[in-house]
Design a binder for this molecule. Structure first.
Ligand SMILES: [Zn+2]
Length: 233
């Protein structure tokens, strides 16, 4: 704890004074973050550092495996954070960020490691689909590191699917008021890959003007058949 206490002292003495006006404004006006980021709790994955975000810019929800339980399977912190970010704060972008060397993904691939962690084992059921995809659809000769990496990437896609089951997100997507992003952070290189939903693959961030996205809003829905519309009138 000594290092943490030194950090607080340093923050109060050397950092906060330079940003006191910003903190004061945020305290008075409230927060208006531009995005919700759901990332792993891994200490090496720091959303604010990766995106170079300051106070008030990023609404963050972290848990083991950057998991989003499907709507109604669990009334918990992740669902509440999503709802609050979307409905109360009106964030326009939601990012699910997985990463390399993820301990949760290792546990998913080796459930024998989870014998003394029943809560983690139960939590990781929300990622079983990612494991199944890699086991059945990927080349069988991948080494351990490649497999963990593939599961972590597929897990991002699975959690994006879960995200869409949340009514608050589904409604905003229908109105094109939110965009979903899937990212993958490589701890060793610092690279951030982004999921291109149209191409169904992760790609490097290139020109910021053409950043691939996972799921775009679909605009005003036109799913009611014309006959039904006439009948309704
Ligand atoms: Zn992780």
């Amino acid at each position: 704890m000594g290092d943490l206490l030194k950090g607080i002292s340093s923050f109060r003495g050397a950092v906060f004074p330079d940003h006191s006006a910003l903190y004061r404004r945020l305290a008075h006006e409230g927060q208006s973050p531009q995005a919700l980021m759901i990332s792993c709790a891994d200490s090496r994955v720091m959303p604010e550092t990766i995106t170079q975000s300051g106070p008030g810019e990023l609404f963050v929800c972290r848990n083991a495996g950057n998991i989003v339980p499907p709507f109604q399977t669990m009334n918990g912190g992740v669902s509440s954070a999503i709802e609050y970010a979307v409905v109360a704060l009106g964030v326009r972008d939601i990012i699910i960020c997985g990463h390399s060397d993820c301990g949760a993904m290792k546990g998913l691939c080796h459930p024998d490691l989870l014998g003394k962690m029943p809560n983690v084992a139960a939590w990781l059921k929300h990622s079983h689909a990612a494991h199944s995809i890699v086991c059945e659809a990927y080349p069988p000769n991948m080494n351990e590191k490649e497999k963990i990496r593939a599961v972590a990437m597929e897990n991002v896609v699975v959690q994006l699917d879960h995200l869409r089951t949340h009514p608050s997100v589904a409604a905003k997507l229908a109105k094109s008021e939110v965009t979903l992003h899937g990212w993958f952070f490589d701890i060793e290189t610092g690279d951030v890959l982004v999921y291109d939903g149209a191409a169904a693959r992760f790609t490097e961030i290139g020109d910021h003007q053409n950043l691939p996205v996972a799921v775009k809003g679909r605009g005003v829905p036109h799913v009611i058949p014309a006959t039904a519309q006439i009948a309704a009138e």
